[in-house]
Design a protein. Structure first.
Length: 367
């Protein structure tokens, strides 16, 4: 076993340092990508930076609080967490409470702020799966006891997320559930059967919505319609291409000048590639890789099965979102509407990600 990377206080710097560096880089890139947008829309070029800085302070406070809350406490509230998650998802269908953006109602209005319940859903699902799988043990090999109950709970949450509509998050949750079941000891035959049965459903869902078909067509050949459905991904390519190895320099992006949509949210990595070049993007990949490997290491050294599953679950959710976001901005996957954790603008994702990292720090300190 490798030596524990921590100080006498139990702080795992293999997790904490990459997290703080990514947060700082995220603030810099959000300001760079959003200053012109903020000035045009709101008359304040610092608007998005100030809001994200507030989210960062709240998130870091949550992370350090979670660092000192025993991870076993979450297992005692696993079912209340699930009920709260389901209720919050249900509130999205109340027009007076939901905020609609781009035809989707994924955010709850909380006065001047909004909250995205699907971020809490992912955390709740990770806690539930860890608790349930650790309790079942060898019964995980049974379809009726180890597979079906977890599919039913995850299926209810996924359907509610899908109805927002949010197919991207639903697919991530589905992939994550299969990974969790595999780690929990479910037979490969059952996992393969679930995957084969669900794949046609995903294809059917894509063909049911025009905007999903357009996203797929843009992925296949964005140059077929460069001013329409291919516009966003083409300008993402241009951002990376013009950045080269060393980048154009901070603040010198041209694509953020209202060419690349969502430049401070889903496509913030494209602006990073343009301004900081391949070296900047590679640094981000290394930081995320270090953070994810740190999470896996915590899981492998955890002192019980529940904490192992919880650490792996939270780490794999983070890793999946990072990989998918990077694949989207590089044109390797169709656009999904997913942010880059710790870097993209947005409060719900940031705070819940930092909560998950705080839980990892707690598990590490108690291993």
């Amino acid at each position: 076993m490798p030596e524990k990377v921590s100080t006498d206080s139990g702080t795992n710097y293999l997790i904490l340092v990459p997290t703080m560096l990514l947060l700082c880089l995220g603030l810099v890139m959000i300001y760079s990508a959003s200053s012109n947008l903020g000035q045009l829309r709101l008359g304040d070029g610092y608007f998005y930076l100030k809001k994200q800085a507030i989210f960062c302070m709240i998130g870091v406070a949550v992370m350090f609080a979670a660092r000192y809350v025993p991870y076993t406490l979450y297992s005692k509230f696993v079912y209340p967490l699930l009920i709260i998650s389901i209720c919050l998802l249900g509130l999205l269908f109340v027009p007076a409470l939901a905020r609609q953006i781009g035809g989707a109602h994924r955010w709850l209005n909380l006065g001047p702020l909004t909250f995205q319940p699907s971020e809490l859903v992912k955390f709740s699902l990770a806690v539930y799966m860890a608790y349930s799988m650790s309790k079942k043990g060898a019964e995980m090999a049974s379809f009726s006891k180890g597979v079906l109950p977890h599919l039913l709970v995850a299926g209810i949450l996924m359907v509610l997320v899908l109805l927002q509509p949010d197919l991207g998050t639903t697919v991530i949750m589905g992939i994550w559930v299969l990974i969790a079941l595999f780690v929990g000891g479910v037979r490969m035959f059952h996992i393969s059967a679930i995957f084969l049965l669900c794949s046609p459903v995903v294809i059917w869902l894509i063909t049911r919505a025009d905007y999903r078909i357009k996203r797929w067509l843009a992925f296949m050949d964005p140059w077929e319609d460069p001013t329409g459905i291919g516009f966003q991904i083409i300008h993402s390519f241009l951002a990376f291409g013009s950045g080269g190895i060393f980048g154009a320099g901070l603040g010198n992006s041209k694509q953020k000048l209202f060419y690349l949509p969502e430049s401070h949210t889903d496509f913030v990595l494209s602006i990073t590639g343009e301004e900081l070049g391949i070296l900047g993007v590679t640094s981000i990949i290394i930081l995320f890789g270090t953070l994810i490997m740190g999470g896996i290491r915590v899981a492998l050294k955890a002192r019980d099965l529940y904490s192992t599953y919880l650490a792996l679950g939270l780490t794999s959710f983070l890793g999946l979102q990072v990989i998918i976001n990077m694949a989207v901005v590089l044109g390797l996957l169709p656009t999904k509407g997913l942010t880059l954790p710790l870097i993209s603008y947005g409060g719900s994702s940031l705070i819940m990600t930092l909560l998950s990292i705080g839980v990892l720090l707690n598990i590490s300190a108690r291993s």
